[in-house]
Ligand binder design. Sequence first.
Ligand code: CTP
Length: 397
Amino acid sequence: MLSGKTILLIIGGGIAAYKSLELIRRLKERGAAVVPVMTGAAGEFVTPLSVSALAGGKVYTDLFDLTDEAEMGHIQLSRAADLIVVAPATADLIGKVANGLAGDLASTLLMATDTEVLMAPAMNVRMWEHYAVQRNLAWLRDNGVRFVGPNEGDMACGEYGPGRMAEPMEIVAAVEARLARGVLSGKRAIVTSGPTHEPIDPVRYIANRSSGAQGTAIARALAARGAEVVFVTGPADVAPPEGVEVVKVQSARQMLAAVEAALPADVAVMAAAVADWRVKSESGSKIKKVKGALPVLEFEENPDILAQVSQMTEGRPGLVVGFAAETDDVVAHATAKRARKGCDWIVANDVSPETGIMGGTENAVVLISDAGAEDWPRMGKQDVAERLADRIAAAVS
Ligand code: CTP
């Protein structure tokens, strides 16, 4: 939620400017006040009238508008905001800021401000890859400017590649993450993620299809809110997030040991797809193929990390969140699982192959707590993480 927050939205001159209209709606829906600024070129793509109608207020376009200067000077305009968002951030606007040029209202505001700036770049793929743009981006990044996107895909100019502006909801999530920064500072969180590998012999193992994407996104969202995060991960496909303590493990037993070593914590989120069973007698040498004799693997149960942490009598984290990957009767199974394991919340999802969730980029979850089952719409895994992190912040702070 963004109520009470003011976003100064600078709309640059690019075809993606049409998405900024949607962005204004989404920001306002969440309670933010949006003060729009348009560059001269932006007016070639969307009209100031549409922008001001959606924003519900004046749109600022001109550096030398005396009325504006009398009402609100451009320096004050930029400093009164909680966050400045530049969407679309064109190569021209990025170049101006990186090189200290302030010839119009947008670039002057960006130079005169001490407010954090979030840019959503949008440009042709060749422009994006151009060394001058990349140099400017690197300079801005080093100087604290934040970026969301660009995404890869078909471009309005007919080419394909990185350069598409991030979707409005991705920009909203980035805005929320920037503004929510600090709500979890002083809190310690443990996040488990990814699959586990249970060895059969030195070269073979049993695993599952978890990519680690959801757990990684959760760790990132908690860290962005200021939490100290210990990220205990099995062999995942995605890289661990920045700014967290990473503990890499292979098996369920190693994951349990790492979680125990990381305690105490205020929050534990167990997003890992832990293997329920391991091979009873792991062979110390490679099992050889013997004609006419198939190997028989005997299993034994792995420790249940979530249940153990949930049922700790001393030093239990104040909030323990589990996941429930189900293929049928999602809510019923997950509700029973929550009771059986003793965790506070269960994030349940349907991982039937036809949903494409396991290993995919989206998730459709149901949050089960004392308050009952709450259906969340299907959204990106980072969006699920941001929303969950907001709920966690509200519960523990
Ligand atoms: N989990 C765990 N340790 C295990 C198994 C599961 O910590 N040995 C955690 C997972 O990280 C997840 C939750 O328990 O948060 C539920 O995982 P899931 O595989 O859905 O549940 P299971 O207990 O394995 O139940 P089932 O496979 O019968 O559905």
